[in-house]
Ligand binder design. Structure first.
Ligand code: ADP
Ligand code: MG
Length: 257
């Protein structure tokens, strides 16, 4: 089943073509990675998918319905939830409170949606607290529940962003460079959590710079360069693709950037 269908989308910023007729599909259950050099158009693609702005041309269908033109909130409510390239936590709130914020974007469907819209408000509050505890346990942040978010090490801030996104009950989770700035150990932990989220039934599309991480966890990869999709395939196919090696890896360089 196709979860996301990106149909020839183009984005122009004045004279700049940031995305040039990009097309691919993400199947339900996949971890799909979008890679490419800085400025290739990856975040622009995410912005069009998540509804930050509409494509100049083309359209995006999610879970069988065209979503282009809908607002970010509407799209999130239908089960497509994103995180951002730069950490966007409520820094003065606790870890648990940050996750609770995510429940405002509740949806039907998705792994963490069993407790959505219960009848009584008090019961709802209790259930949100319980569900928050479950999600923190799931990402390995239980011991930090009452810590102020800005006191967390950077790697845990990234995990907290994933936790908050999970509270919204995504069917499809978009992660924009989730491992940017993380050390080796933090990257391994993030990879473990992303895999676990996926194994629990959430389809994932991620932008990533860390080729080691991508090759390790992605089922399928699309490569962007100067706004165009220059390749798509399995990690093995991408690794061997001459245009990718030339454009992205600079010829002789390895994958561990
Ligand atoms: N809101 C915007 N307005 C104008 N230009 C933009 C905007 N967003 C991105 N761009 C430009 O589009 C190109 C692609 O950017 P981006 O999608 O952020 O690339 P990536 O995420 O792959 O690094 C860049 O040249 C960038 O400067
Ligand atoms: Mg980007």
């Amino acid at each position: 089943m196709t979860m996301l269908d990106i149909r020839d989308i183009t984005k122009r910023f004045g004279g700049l073509v940031a995305n040039d007729s990009i097309a691919f599909t993400v199947e339900a259950g996949q971890i799909f990675a979008v890679i490419g050099p800085n400025g290739a158009g990856k975040t622009t693609l995410f912005n069009m998918v998540a509804g930050t702005f509409p494509p100049s041309e083309g359209e995006v269908a999610f879970d069988g319905a065209v979503i282009s033109g809908r607002s970010v909130a509407e799209i999130a409510q239908s089960g497509l939830v994103r995180t951002y390239q730069l950490v966007q936590l409520f820094k003065q709130m606790t870890v648990a409170e940050n996750v609770m914020v995510g429940f405002h974007r509740v949806t039907t469907g998705g792994v963490f949606s069993a407790l959505v819209r219960p009848p009584g408000v008090r019961r709802q509050e209790r259930e949100i607290r319980e569900k928050t505890a479950e999600i923190l346990e799931f990402v390995g942040l239980s011991h930090r529940a009452d810590v102020t978010a800005d006191l967390l090490p950077y790697g845990e801030q990234r995990l907290l962003e994933v936790a908050r996104a999970l509270a919204a009950g995504p069917k499809l989770l978009l992660l924009d460079e989730p491992a940017a700035g993380l050390n080796t150990e933090e990257t391994a932990e993030l990879a473990r959590v992303v895999r676990k989220v996926n194994e629990n039934g959430v389809t994932i599309m991620l932008i990533e710079h860390d080729m080691g991480l991508v090759m390790q966890i992605a089922h399928r990869i699309a490569v962007l360069d100067f706004g165009r999709k220059i390749a798509e395939g399995t990690p093995e196919e991408i690794r061997a693709h001459p245009e990718v090696i030339a454009a992205y890896l600079g010829g002789t360089e390895g994958y561990d950037d």
